[in-house]
Write a protein that binds this ligand. Structure first.
Ligand code: HEM
Ligand code: HEM
Length: 233
C-alpha cells in the first residue's frame, strides 16, 4: 500500500463524485447541526413582546432537524455507496485492523504527525491513521448522533410514529431518561467537533507537507503525486 516506487503516472482518480458531493453536503450539515445544537442546549436569552413576532428557537430547531435529515439520508446513501463504489469508498467503514503492516503504517503516521519522522508515506486513498480516526470518531460518532437524535425527535412526533417506535421506546430507557439522552447527544457533538478540528488541521498540514494533493482531491477526485506515487493501495 505504501511502498513508494517510481511510476510514470502522477495522478490517480480516487474519490468518485458521489463521495465528494456527500462529503461537502455533510460538512455544511454538520456545521449547521453543531451551531443550532449548541443553542438548543444553551438557548439565547428570552426575547420580549408578542410570541408571533419572533420564532427564534423554532427556527433554530427547524434548521437542526432539516440538517439532521440531510445527515441521515446522506449516511444511508454513503453506506450504499460503500457497496457499489470503488475500493476507497469502503475505507472508512472497514479499517484493515487484522493486518500487521497496517498497524505499522498507523504508527508511522502518528510519528509523522508528531514531527518524529522526516519522510511522509504516500497512499492512494486515506492514510491508515485517518481511516482509524474517521471510523471511530466519524462513522460511529454519526451513528450515535442519528440514533440518539431520532430518539429525542420521536418524543416530539409521539407514539405511533416510526421515530418513536424504532428509537424513543428503547433508547430513552437504555440511557435512563430523556435528559440523559440530551446530555449524551450533546457530548457526542463535542466528539465530532474534536474530529472536525483535527481533520481540518491535518488536511491543511498534509496539503503542505505530504508531497501529494489532499484538499483539492476532495474537490476534483484526483490525487496528484508531486514526485512519485505509491505502487498500489
Ligand atoms: C450529527 C450531528 C448532530 C449534532 C452535532 C447535534 C447536536 C445537538 C445538540 C448539542 C443538542 C442539544 C442537546 C441538549 O443539550 O439538550 C441537540 C438536540 C437535539 N437534536 Fe441534535 N445533533 C446532531 C444530530 C441530530 C440528528 C441526526 C437528529 C435527528 C433528528 C437530532 C435531533 C435532535 C433533537 C430532537 C434535539 C432536541 C431538541 C429539543 O429538545 O428542543 N440531532 N442536538
Ligand atoms: C464538518 C466538517 C467535516 C466532516 C464531518 C468531514 C468528514 C470527512 C470524512 C468522513 C471523510 C472521509 C471521506 C470518505 O472516505 O468517505 C473526509 C475526507 C476528507 N476531508 Fe473532510 N470533513 C469535514 C470538513 C472538511 C474540510 C473543511 C476540509 C478541507 C479543509 C476537509 C477535507 C477533507 C479531505 C481533503 C478529505 C480526504 C482526505 C484524504 O484524502 O485522506 N474536510 N472528511
Amino acid at each position: 500500500m505504501s511502498v513508494v516506487e517510481k511510476h510514470k503516472e502522477e495522478a490517480v482518480y480516487i474519490y468518485q463524485a458521489p463521495i465528494r458531493i456527500w462529503h461537502w453536503v455533510q460538512a455544511f450539515a454538520l456545521l449547521a447541526l453543531g451551531l443550532t445544537g449548541y443553542f438548543i442546549g444553551s438557548p439565547l436569552p428570552s426575547v420580549g413582546g408578542e410570541a408571533y413576532d419572533h420564532y427564534v428557537m423554532g427556527y433554530i430547531r427547524w434548521i437542526h432537524f432539516v440538517a439532521a435529515y440531510l445527515v441521515i439520508i446522506g449516511f444511508v446513501f454513503r453506506i450504499y455507496w460503500a457497496f457499489v463504489g470503488n475500493v476507497h469508498a469502503r475505507q472508512i467503514f472497514v479499517p484493515s485492523v487484522w493486518r500487521k503492516s497496517w498497524w505499522a503504517e498507523v504508527w508511522h503516521e502518528i510519528k509523522w504527525y508528531a514531527m518524529m519522522t522526516r519522510e511522509p508515506k504516500k497512499y492512494l486513498g486515506h492514510n491508515p491513521l485517518a481511516v482509524l480516526t474517521m471510523h471511530i470518531m466519524y462513522v460511529w460518532g454519526t451513528v450515535f448522533m442519528i440514533v440518539t437524535g431520532l430518539a429525542l425527535y420521536g418524543e416530539g412526533t409521539g407514539p405511533g410514529t416510526w421515530q418513536h417506535s424504532w428509537f424513543t421506546t428503547w433508547i430513552i430507557p437504555l440511557f435512563g431518561q430523556s435528559q440523559d439522552v440530551h446530555t449524551w447527544h450533546h457530548l457526542g457533538m463535542w466528539v465530532l467537533v474534536c474530529f472536525v478540528i483535527t481533520h481540518i488541521y491535518v488536511a491543511v498540514r498534509e496539503d503542505i507537507m505530504s508531497r501529494q494533493s489532499i484538499i483539492s482531491s476532495m474537490i476534483s477526485g484526483w490525487r496528484m503525486f508531486k514526485d512519485d506515487r505509491p505502487a498500489d493501495d
